[in-house]
Design a protein around this ligand. Structure first.
Ligand SMILES: *Cc1c(COP(=O)(O)O)cnc(C)c1O
Length: 374
């Protein structure tokens, strides 16, 4: 008798749908017979400046040692991060992207008997890692597209092991200031771990802006996750990290793959931390691009969710998939977010000024085309 191998997968995994990444430029070029150079991708919150020259140089130097295993403890990178944030190197856990760290956290601290709390419209990786380990996902309805922190605190039960908070959140761009995060942490029992995912924090510079690292000394149940993929411009290399108590970091270190961050990634991330100029330019380009897009949306009469990230979710109406397709036909890749339960929105990443302009022009045409098609 034929075995249904799908039925052998653990229950949570059977119910999973795979993470939907942004469409690669090469794929759209193949599908439409377009020149890849004519396509713009504003779909994966990538840094439009291109990588830091210092990062490229460091990765190139590391090429001569491709035959060697990486430093499994990431000594130099941890030293740099430790100095930058005034934390111990023993508080840092490195990951193959911060997604890797998020998954390791879930595997270390939750199992089939646990509940994991996160918000509606929160980053897609939280439900994936929760279901993959057979834990119960508790999705708390959002408030004005953002996390309802009071409701999330109220959703914690005796079975809750983990709470994921994306701040700013992707794909909504919503954020809570440091005071709100602190008040939230005050309500969470100390035996429940809070993962504060700050993938976009480098874009923020205001005084009240959230800084999870500053809260670590008060909250031993806090794990702060950050990444080199966004403002630091190293998405291809996959490097992220968490900062937590040494005890939690020690646990995470037992479960992570021994060489989860490769040598090129370690070298480039270590080098880019010295490139403050690059970070500054990333921030400035993002602030300007965000203004440019939000102003254009205002002029077009489109609603959007005010964003603190390097992307913005714009409401284009019930024909959002048609608008997406009409943008693709013009060589502009953005991100549909129906999978997040936001069927009327598209998420667009901030590009260079000319890219943003090209997107706005294409969007105006796409709205007409999609409206007529319906
Ligand atoms: C992009 C993003 C990450 C980072 O993912 P990496 O694996 O580090 O590339 C983490 N959390 C959120 C909310 C993100 O949007």
């Amino acid at each position: 008798m034929a075995i249904d191998y799908q039925s052998l997968a653990v229950k949570g995994v059977q119910a999973l749908s795979p993470y939907q990444p942004g469409k690669p430029i090469s794929e759209l070029a193949r599908q439409l017979g377009l020149d890849p150079a004519a396509i713009i991708k504003l779909a994966s919150n990538e840094n439009p400046l291109g990588p830091s020259k210092m990062a490229i140089a460091a990765a190139e130097t590391a090429l001569t040692e491709l035959c060697l295993y990486p430093d499994g403890n990431g000594f130099e990178l941890k030293q740099k991060l430790s100095q930058r944030f005034g934390v111990g190197a023993d508080q840092i856990t490195l990951g193959n992207g911060s997604n890797d760290v998020l998954e390791v956290i879930a595997r270390c601290f939750a199992d089939a008997s646990s509940e994991v709390v996160f918000s509606q419209y929160a980053f897609a990786v939280y439900p994936i890692v929760t279901q993959a380990i057979g834990a119960t996902a508790v999705t708390v309805p959002a408030k004005d597209w953002g996390h309802d922190l009071d409701a999330m605190a109220a959703a914690v039960t005796e079975r809750t092991r983990l709470v994921f908070v994306a701040n700013p959140n992707n794909p909504t761009g919503t954020v809570h200031d440091s005071g709100a995060i602190e008040a939230f942490l005050d309500k969470i029992p100390q035996n429940v771990l809070v993962v504060l995912d700050e993938a976009y924090c480098e874009y923020m510079t205001g005084e009240k802006d959230p800084d999870g690292v500053a809260l670590l000394s008060r909250f031993p149940n806090l794990i702060v996750c950050r990444t080199f993929s966004k403002a630091w411009g190293l998405a291809a290399l996959r490097v992220g990290y968490s900062i937590s108590s040494p005890t939690i970091a020690d646990i995470l270190n037992r479960v992570r793959q021994p060489f989860n961050v490769n040598s090129l990634a370690l070298a480039a991330a270590t080098a880019v931390l010295d490139d403050e100029d690059y970070l500054q330019r990333s921030r400035e380009a993002n602030t300007a691009g965000l203004k440019q897009l939000q102003k254009a949306f205002d002029e077009m009469g489109l609603r959007y969710i005010p964003s603190s990230g390097n992307f913005v979710a714009v409401e284009v109406g019930p024909h959002a998939m048609g608008v997406y397709q009409a943008l693709l036909a013009q060589g502009v890749i953005v991100r549909p977010v129906a999978g997040y339960g936001m069927p009327n929105h598209l998420r667009v990443s901030i590009g260079l000024p000319a890219e943003n302009e090209q997107f706005i022009d294409a969007l105006a045409k796409a709205l007409v085309a999609a409206g007529q098609g319906a």
